[in-house]
Design a protein around this ligand. Structure first.
Ligand code: SF4
Length: 306
């Protein structure tokens, strides 16, 4: 890896946590990772939005570790690094080509933020070798603009969450009161890099930003503010995915002390939110059908494809 990229792990400030730890010496910050690149699964994934999964499936690489630590995390075994296999940079490039060989519609980097130096280097190498697939950066939205700039020209589609509008909620569920401001700045930078959303003749997203919002139970007022902000700021220049698939997993219901999260998102509240988005003029929006809040949507993290 390029010396300047590797050095970013020495006093790590890649994400807004700004831990300042030396990951090259094995120290770990909030994301839980040192400078060894770790992942849990690389496989075709059919359950993203249709413009991402298409017919062939999205070529997802799930990285281990996460700087957000949401209390309701649906992928807890990887976000807490309990499932983590170290792979080399060369192996990551090979994985991209193996996914392509299997028919992947794109390369989909899931929770990649804390490995941006590796990812920038791997994407550069893969493009040099003729990868020729759309690259999707799939993130919780808690990003630093300075780090995102390292990906300019390497990422085609940004797929960030926008989770919270208030610092209070962001602190309560993700211990990140700066989340709303960080996510707004990150999405602005993503939009600057990719421009307006572009889909090809098959309806596959080739450029642009697709922002996901997972509606939490008892959260509809904050969801309305998020939808309004995104539509007022970007109109139909970005895509929005309003998700109802919140799954009350036993782990946080029993351990976490968040009784309001022990239920699924109320369908009537979700439908009312969709109506609100439509009233505001949403055109480029994905919505979810009923009965998607099921643990089967969480893939097995069994090191497949690594
Ligand atoms: S990437 Fe990890 S170590 Fe670096 S600032 Fe973020 S949480 Fe801290």
């Amino acid at each position: 890896m390029d010396f300047n990229l590797k050095k970013l792990y020495e006093h790590c400030t890649l994400c807004p946590r700004m831990c300042g730890v030396n990951r090259l010496k094995g120290e770990r910050g909030v994301c839980g990772c040192d400078a060894g690149l770790t992942a849990a699964r690389a496989a075709l994934h059919p359950w993203e939005e249709p413009c991402i999964s298409g017919e062939g499936g999205s070529g997802t690489v799930f990285f281990s570790g996460c700087s957000l630590k949401c209390v309701y995390c649906q992928n807890i075994s990887i976000s807490r690094c309990e499932t983590a296999k170290e792979i080399s940079l060369t192996r990551l490039v090979e994985i991209f080509f193996e996914l392509k060989e299997k028919g992947a519609e794109n390369i989909n980097l899931v929770t990649p933020t804390h490995f941006i130096p590796h990812i920038a280097a791997a994407l550069r190498e893969a493009k040099t070798q003729g990868l020729g697939l759309t690259v999707v950066y799939n993130t919780g939205g808690y990003e630093r603009v300075r780090s995102l700039k390292l990906l300019e020209g390497l990422v085609d589609v940004y797929l960030p969450d926008f989770k919270y509008m208030s610092a209070e909620t962001a602190y309560k569920y993700s211990a990140a009161e700066d989340y709303p401001e960080a996510a707004k700045a990150a999405i602005a930078e993503m939009y600057r890099q990719t421009g307006e959303a572009q889909l090809d003749e098959r309806g596959m997203m080739k450029k642009g930003v697709l922002i996901r919002h997972l509606v939490l139970p008892n959260f509809v007022e904050e969801s309305r503010k998020i939808i309004a902000f995104l539509l007022e700021t970007y109109g139909d220049k970005v895509y929005i995915s309003i998700m109802s698939q919140f799954t009350p997993l036993k782990s946080f219901v029993e351990e976490g002390g968040f009784p309001e999260l022990s239920v699924k998102t109320d369908r009537r509240e979700y439908d009312a939110l969709i109506d609100y988005a439509l009233e505001l003029g949403a055109e480029n929006a994905f919505i979810q059908e009923e009965d998607v809040a099921d643990e089967s949507f969480i893939p097995p993290f069994d090191y497949e494809g690594l």
